[in-house]
Unconditional design. Structure first.
Length: 457
């Protein structure tokens, strides 16, 4: 008969359509039915609370002969016939099922492969849970009192597999969110098997741990629960943000650094802010001139920093947080601030009072100018405009009136982020075009404009 089983396993067979043809009677608790991976060759796994006085029933779908075989760790090839099966019409009954073994039920040319687990042979106990407060900065160790051996079963080819107990370990941790920043959240992790020692990433807030299960006991409403003493965290974590104040000056060359870096044209105002977890006591912003922070130029013991960058160069910023005794520390990402060298150029022609919004304001083109002063004079040396912000300009007016076309003169004194001094002067030509009717392009005689005579001092 053994040779016959081996031969049948070597050829293609047809599985019975439904494992639900199998039922159990005499059991005091509901039977858990598990659909295993197809690679096991098993149709179902049945987990019984215990097998005392439990019978296993199979209902056939045809009049074909039904034969039962049993196998253990060597797999289906070594299955032996089950002798004490009774027949009652289409139903065959195994009066006393034996757990922790596999069964092959053959109906004609069809077969059903199942494994029956007697949970009472693997029953878990859970009597205590202690947390080790002497853990390192990265991990926390839990010590579990109790026992629970692996619940093994075997595939039809004799491969050993283990049913997951799916114990639940729950606790609190801090989670980073760009909107809410650090927020306490509940964590539930699954432990597939019982272990007397569980090592997890160290939570960054004080918490207790609860271990419950396993899934089989929970299925029968017999869940075991153990809660630890309070864990006092030493682990730290930090996050940081850097926000640059934006400027929308149409005559400023921003030339922001590539790759999301901060900076561009000076003066650049950047707001740095750090967010820390519970155990962080010591806080420090660092600014260096190299990305490895070998040359630290500035240390600030605070969460927030407002910094205005006025000198050309590349600056590296990061935040460090550590716990009370300095045994655990965490670093933020590094922020790169790249301030460009200065540049200043002056146009020599503009056309105020002609086409609104088109070349009607005289402005310099600049980058990284941190100090600026400009004077504009008419040909008689009379000052017609003065301003100290390079983003501003001259609209061609003096005392509220448009000046006449002609040549004007500018004088500029400025300083760049790179220390460069600018002393510039030159001509400004005001031009007004005439339209075909002889009036100005800004409106002709229907919109007369009063102009100041450029030749009058």
């Amino acid at each position: 008969m053994k040779n016959r089983i081996i031969l049948l396993l070597a050829v293609l067979w047809t599985f019975l359509p439904l494992a639900s043809q199998i039922t159990f009677t005499g059991n005091s608790h509901e039977v858990m039915e598990i659909v295993p991976a197809a690679t096991t060759g098993l149709n179902r796994i049945y987990v019984l609370h215990d097998t005392e006085n439990v019978a296993m029933h199979f209902t056939a779908t045809t009049e074909n002969e039904v034969t039962w075989y049993a196998f253990e760790e060597r797999g289906g090839a070594y299955a032996e016939p089950v002798a004490n099966v009774t027949h009652n019409g289409l139903e065959t009954i195994l009066p006393q099922v034996t757990g922790n073994r596999g069964y092959i039920i053959e109906e004609g040319t069809s077969r059903l492969y199942v494994w029956v687990t007697d949970y009472s042979a693997y029953r878990m106990s859970l009597t205590g849970l202690q947390v080790d407060n002497d853990g390192d900065c990265a991990t926390t160790t839990l010590h579990v009192a109790g026992e629970g051996t692996d619940i093994a079963y075997y595939t039809i080819n004799g491969g050993r597999q283990v049913l997951s107990r799916e114990l639940e370990l729950s606790y609190y941790n801090l989670e980073w969110n760009d909107t809410t920043h650090w927020q306490q959240t509940s964590v539930v992790e699954t432990e597939t098997s019982f272990k007397n020692t569980i090592v997890i990433p160290a939570p960054t807030c004080n918490t207790s741990f609860v271990l419950s299960g396993d899934r089989f006991l929970s299925f029968w409403d017999e869940t075991l629960v153990a809660e630890s003493n309070t864990y006092v965290t030493a682990a730290v974590d930090v996050r940081a943000t850097a926000t640059q104040e934006s400027r929308d000056n149409d005559n400023e060359k921003k030339t922001d650094a590539a790759g999301g870096q901060l900076g561009g044209s000076a003066p650049a105002h950047v707001f740095f802010e750090a967010f820390v977890t519970d155990a962080v006591v010591h806080k420090e912003w660092q600014m260096a001139l190299d990305p490895d922070f070998n040359d630290i130029q500035l240390r600030l013991n605070q969460d927030e920093v407002d910094e205005t960058f006025t000198e050309a160069g590349t600056y590296y910023w990061r935040f460090i947080g550590s716990n009370a005794d300095g045994s655990c520390e965490a670093y933020s990402e590094t922020f790169t601030v790249n301030i460009g060298e200065s540049e200043l150029q002056c146009p020599n022609v503009f056309t105020p009072g002609t086409s609104a919004g088109v070349n009607d304001v005289w402005k310099v083109s600049y980058r990284s100018i941190i100090d600026f002063h400009c004077w504009i004079f008419n040909r008689w040396g009379v000052k017609v405009c003065e301003f100290t912000d390079p983003s501003q300009g001259w609209d061609g007016r003096n005392n509220g009136k448009l000046v006449g076309p002609g040549v004007y003169y500018y004088v500029i004194q400025a300083t760049g982020s790179d220390g460069k001094k600018y002393k510039m002067s030159g001509d400004i030509n005001i031009i007004r075009y005439k339209n075909a009717r002889g009036g100005s392009s800004s409106g002709g005689t229907d919109n007369p404009t009063t102009h100041e005579d450029p030749d009058e001092p």
